[in-house]
Design a protein around this ligand. Structure first.
Ligand SMILES: [Zn+2]
Length: 306
């Protein structure tokens, strides 16, 4: 009996230590929740990142499969988020959003949580249509959660913020006392898609998202901005070309990082097919980018200001 109580106390203490050390430290930091892509071949969660400001989880960027588990492991809290920023509606960027919102539906929050995302295109819904397809009280697939859209003040609610993905420049979507978020249209083949820039007085993090080298608006907005961290999606090996025009090859990622003057380049959206030839990819990036390069891992903490 005493022994089992000791064991229980020890396991509670271990859990407390784990949660106390789980938070990504610093005044401004990015935690990689999901460093993987659409293939379930590398034990990574799909695309997802958390922005910590002054020790609080404030922004979630994408919510791919596995981010539900990683969000909990990170010690993050849906009620402290100011927004969820969705880059586009490929499943590996958004499939755990419903699971995270279901979890949050047990919470209370004074203001509705902003869910931002791109406008629609021929083969993809826009953000508002996507939310309606899930939570419309009559026709939504998750109509049992329709109070997320229509619940009373004080209950956990969401509010869509649809950004024109065909625009010519950056749109400021949040301008708070302690940070700012801009959305920038990018080219991802026929998929309407956005990159996000999060900046504070201490620096900036750029979430380039899935994008091809035809992302001229992004290149223009980012030119010379010198972000502390640029997270680029690395889906193509060094040797191969650009399948279906959806992604930048490593040489183009290097040019993007050099043109932005990024202080640190993080390669995420990793899959075996790109990692198997990652040295060739790094060589192609090095042709134009001389800064620090790291491969993202789930749980990696990128501290911008301590
Ligand atoms: Zn994609």
């Amino acid at each position: 009996m005493i022994r089992s109580r000791v064991l229980i106390a020890a396991s509670i203490l271990a859990a407390q230590i784990a949660s106390a050390t789980a938070a990504c430290p610093g005044k401004f930091a990015v935690e990689v929740l999901g460093s993987g892509g659409p293939l379930a071949d590398d034990a990574r969660a799909s695309s997802s990142y958390l922005v910590w400001i002054e020790g609080k989880s404030r922004l979630l960027v994408d919510a791919g499969g596995g981010s539900f588990v990683r969000f909990g492991e990170a010690g993050a809290d849906m009620t402290t988020l100011d927004a969820v920023l969705i880059s586009h509606f490929h499943a590996d960027h958004v499939s755990d959003l419903a699971a995270l919102l279901k979890s949050a539906s047990f919470d209370k929050k004074e203001e509705a949580l902003m869910i931002a995302g791109p406008s629609g295109g021929a083969a993809f819904p826009g953000l508002n249509a996507f939310l309606a397809a899930h939570y419309d009280p009559l026709n939504g697939a998750y109509r049992y959660l329709s109070k997320l859209l229509s619940g009373e003040v004080g209950a956990f609610r969401i509010a869509g913020f649809e950004v024109d993905a065909t625009g010519e420049g950056a749109t400021v979507i949040l301008d708070k006392a302690d940070f700012k978020v801009e959305a920038v249209p990018v080219n991802h083949g026929d998929v309407p898609a956005l990159a996000y820039i999060v900046s504070t007085d201490d620096g900036a993090a750029v979430f380039a998202g899935d994008q091809s080298l035809l992302s001229e608006t992004f290149d223009r907005v980012l030119a010379g901005r010198q972000p502390d961290v640029l997270i680029a999606h690395h889906a193509i090996s060094g040797a191969r070309g650009q399948p279906r025009g959806l992604h930048r090859d490593p040489g183009s990622i290097g040019e993007m990082a050099a043109s932005a003057g990024a202080k640190r380049l993080i390669l995420s959206h990793n899959m075996k097919r790109a990692l198997d030839d990652w040295r060739a990819g790094r060589k192609a990036i090095r042709k134009s980018y001389k800064g620090k390069i790291d491969l993202a891992e789930d749980g990696m903490c990128l501290v911008i200001a301590r």
